[in-house]
Design a protein around this ligand. Structure first.
Ligand code: XIL
Length: 369
């Protein structure tokens, strides 16, 4: 780790000299603000909780970020736990923090088949709810949530992860799809638009670098747009791994999505040091190693540089880049897919300091047209 740290401060100097010319008089620990570096290109966001915005990580947030996403507290199961009860205090406190610090606020997410409340699909006697009733519940939910934050949320993920990873299947089998059929998709976008006419509306999904999945995403949003459904953008989650992300795939991915003419948001960026796995599993002995090795860190640094060189290249299409969490002190990947296995997927380390990857990212600002 010593070598790594020495490399960081050397790199800091190089980047500062590149960005600001003669760096004399600047101290080696002058750290540029990420959001300033990318100002006029794209917003820099992070997913947050009502508590971590007020912790030490909140200071990193204030310096480097200008957009927030609620990591969990706006998901149906959390914000609408019972039929007639909404939990507003968490999202309200994030909205207040965003306002106080001049940050944008992204809404995540109006409809997703995960983290849904138990009551949503059931009648009070336990039977599966009818299509009419489920649509009515979705409508009420969307009007309540998007209505409350009208004018405060600049972009909503209206629908999250509806498309299948199985190459032969279009939609994922979810209770929404089973009960309502695909027509619910069009409806929820129309309702969201009615509830907050100025919010940009997004379809958000992962594994977007996979050509088959990507084709499905583009097909679905194009169909919706052709029908006149209010959809303005595509959210590319960007949960990637140093073991599988390939430059040619990312290039093809951004090129294809940019060609749709829709706004692109990178919505949940992180770069895991572990290989990606689709399902949750128990911890195994081989997971009990420190993944933050020199080799992995070097790979992560180089890949973060590559990723942002692509974001800069496609900056005309990309309006926002949001990281999923703030620093390596806490990432959802510490819990998923293996509970208790530490990951280091972000630009700031567990001590809240910029990693070498941070400087590789900052360096990409050099390539602005
Ligand atoms: C994750 C959160 O980060 C975790 O805290 C929670 O336990 C599960 O959900 N795709 C999404 C996000 O759209 O909402 C997920 O967030 C990560 C994957």
């Amino acid at each position: 780790m010593d070598i790594h740290l020495r490399k960081v401060s050397l790199s800091a100097w190089i980047v500062l000299i590149l960005l600001f010319g003669n760096a004399s008089g600047q101290s080696a620990d002058t750290i540029p603000s990420l959001r300033e570096v990318f100002r006029n290109k794209f917003l820099i966001g992070a997913s947050v909780s009502p508590t971590n915005i007020h912790s030490a990580e909140g200071e990193v947030l204030k310096k480097h970020f200008n957009s927030l996403t609620a990591e969990n507290v706006m998901k149906m199961g959390v914000i609408h736990p019972e039929p007639n009860r909404y939990a507003w205090s968490g999202p309200d406190s994030i909205a207040a923090f965003a306002r106080a610090h001049g940050m944008k606020f992204r809404g995540h997410t109006l409809v997703w088949h995960k983290q849904t409340p138990n009551w949503l699909f059931r009648e009070s006697d336990g039977r599966t709810v009818s299509k009419e009733k489920l649509l009515q519940r979705l409508k009420e939910h969307i009007f309540a949530v998007a209505g409350r934050y009208r004018g405060q949320i600049y972009a909503w993920d209206v629908l999250n992860e509806a498309l299948s990873d199985d190459p032969g299947t279009f939609y994922t089998r979810t209770p929404f799809m089973e009960i309502c059929g695909e027509e619910f998709i069009e409806k929820i976008f129309r309702w969201a638009h009615e509830a907050d006419p100025n919010a940009l509306l997004f379809y958000n999904d992962y594994r977007e670098t996979d050509p088959v999945k990507r084709k499905k995403i583009i097909e679905m949003v194009t169909r919706l747009r052709d029908k006149g459904v209010p959809i303005h953008g595509i959210g590319l989650q960007g949960h990637w791994s140093i073991h599988s992300l390939r430059e040619d795939e990312l290039e093809a991915c951004l090129k294809d999505f940019a060609a749709t003419g829709l706004i692109l948001h990178i919505t949940e960026l992180d770069l895991s040091l572990w290989p990606g796995e689709p399902e949750r599993r128990e911890i195994r002995p081989e997971d009990n190693v420190n993944a933050y090795t020199m080799a992995n860190a070097n790979r992560q640094d180089a890949l973060y540089g590559m990723i942002f060189s692509k974001f800069v290249k496609y900056a005309d299409a990309i309006q926002a880049v949001t990281f999923w969490n703030i620093t390596d002190r806490h990432s959802w990947l510490d819990e998923w897919p293996v509970r208790g296995r530490k990951d280091h997927p972000l630009l700031f380390d567990a001590n809240l300091q910029p990693k070498f990857a941070f400087w590789k990212v900052v360096e990409q600002a050099r390539n602005y047209k």
